[in-house]
Design a protein around this ligand. Structure first.
Ligand code: NAD
Length: 469
């Protein structure tokens, strides 16, 4: 019999009236029963966070830092339990760039964010007067997260909010709510009641997220997820003029210049495209390769990819797991089937058992083919041959999205020139998707609004107040 998980409201576990099943994508087994929150549950969580804000926001900078460091220590103490729960509900393996790695990232981000602060700035101090810029917490922050990195993204949302004196209500994805519930329980061991609360809702019950976006007592929404949902949130949030950080979908291009050594870049290209089975916002989702090295790059990439063990996430030897859910699986299958009509399948292409889909590489596609033009968010990489650099930059930029991009070359200066012409928030040279806690990360165009991480990310959890004297 699977465990029933509770919501966390005002420092207490609140047993749900209704529940929904959370299944392991590797096996189909029920991992646990998650609460299907009502509007009253959401209101109670927001009220608790609002009440806690009255004292939390008055903590000194040193107290906030110490509390965030205590939370970071709690995450480290419980990391194996959280990693196991992620693997069971998300499917990603314990090993490789899987759930233990995700917990390592969560700890690194929590620790680094604890050390950041936004002290008062003196803008002017002369005989005409003094001007001070203060950064003040907003109030209750509503966090809405996706299913691909449930714990790491929760940390990205919660820690900067706490560090700047805000309180939080988090609503995880219906596909992966359990690890977030446990994360919030663990955080509550180190925090006053009401500072971080968690409510969960079932798939198809978007009403909880939608109600957060319009809730009069939530001052900001930080959202990571699809473009379609981000647009809905922006519309709904307008009425209460909420602050918004929206980290949405990407269709990142990688551009390989003719001077590369294909054997040397194959591993980086593979992980750029297939990290977390391709279910990563800033994964490489289209690969453009110069005609001079096209055949070699295809061959070396396939040689690397064909040896990656795919299997049940709980098996220590697995490096990639299943696709997380049926909806995503169906999308990947549709796009691969489209790709097969015109392209050359170099690896994979046929679905496996259940939700397993092998790493798939399809060459000889064009910019308008669905596997290139749409975000696949799964283990399928299209390769496009090019001959002219300006033309390929234009192709890469011909997208509504602009999250990340990469350039691959031995000539770093040349690669940087290309990077600056790409319309996206981050560009990597000879790697892809390597985010870090001290560098702001966010999308341009339809990939989002605002940034996370670093000082710029922290600022998004504050209002500016200028004092003239
Ligand atoms: P999704 O938009 O379907 O769901 C994300 C969250 O929004 C879930 O918690 C969901 O319950 C909630 N939600 C759904 N409808 C809502 C509504 N009307 N109002 C408020 N909340 C609502 O996204 P997903 O399928 O979980 O994640 C995949 C997408 O997320 C991909 O497009 C991927 O690129 C993107 N993503 C982006 C980043 C980034 O940092 N830019 C990171 C990870 C994932």
């Amino acid at each position: 019999m699977a465990d029933t998980f509770s919501m966390m409201i005002n420092g207490k576990k609140v047993a749900p009236k209704d529940t929904f099943e959370v299944r392991n994508p590797s096996t189909g087994e029920v991992v646990g029963l998650a609460p299907d929150a009502s509007m009253a549950d959401l209101d109670a969580a927001v009220a608790a966070a609002d009440h806690a804000f009255q004292t939390w926001s008055k903590q000194s900078d040193a107290q906030l830092r110490a509390a965030c460091e205590a939370v970071t220590a709690k995450i480290a103490e419980n990391s194996e339990e959280l990693a196991t729960l992620i693997t069971q509900e998300q499917g990603k393996p314990l090993n490789g760039l899987g759930s233990r790695w995700e917990l390592g990232g969560a700890g690194a981000w929590a620790g680094y964010t604890s050390t950041l602060s936004l002290p008062m700035k003196v803008l002017q101090d002369n005989n005409e007067g003094k001007v001070e810029l203060h950064r003040k917490p907003l109030g209750v922050v509503g966090s809405i997260t996706p299913w691909n990195f449930p714990v790491m993204i929760a940390i990205w949302h919660i820690m900067p909010a706490l560090r700047t004196g805000n309180t939080v209500v988090i609503k995880p994805s219906p596909f992966t709510p359990l690890s977030t519930i446990r994360l919030v329980e663990i955080m509550n061991e180190a925090l006053p009641a009401g500072v971080v609360n968690c409510v969960t809702g079932s798939d198809g019950n978007d009403s909880v997220g939608a109600a957060m976006s319009s809730h009069p007592d939530i001052r900001k929404i930080v959202f990571t997820g699809s473009c379609a949902t981000g647009e809905k949130i922006m519309r709904t949030a307008a009425e209460t003029m909420k602050r918004l950080t929206l980290e949405m979908g990407g269709n990142d291009a990688g551009i390989v210049l003719p001077d590369v050594d294909p054997a040397q870049i194959a591993e980086g290209l593979f992980w750029g495209g297939f990290i977390n089975n391709g279910q990563t916002c800033a994964a490489m989702k289209r690969l453009y390769v110069h005609e001079d090295v096209y055949d070699d790059v295809c061959e070396q990439l396939v040689n690397f990819a064909k040896n990656i063990p795919v299997g049940d996430g709980m098996a220590e030897e697995s490096i990639l797991g299943p696709v997380q859910n049926q909806r995503q699986f169906d999308k990947v299958k549709r796009l691969v089937d489209e790709g097969k009509k015109k392209g050359r399948v170099l690896l994979g292409g046929e679905p496996g058992e259940g939700l397993f889909f092998p790493p798939t590489i399809i060459a000889d596609l064009d910019n308008d083919d669905p596997l290139v033009a749409e975000e696949q968010f799964g283990p399928a990489l299209p390769i496009i041959k090019y001959s002219d650099l300006d033309d390929v930059i234009a192709q890469a930029n011909k997208s509504e999205n602009g999250l990340g991009g990469s350039v691959w070359s031995k000539d770093i200066e040349k690669a940087k020139e290309v990077a600056l012409k790409m319309e996206c928030g981050s560009v990597w040279i000879n790697k892809h998707g390597a985010i870090q806690p001290n560098a702001p990360f966010g999308g341009v165009k339809k990939s989002g609004i605002g940034v996370e991480f670093g000082e710029e990310g922290l600022q998004e959890y504050t209002d500016v107040q200028v004092v003239f004297s």
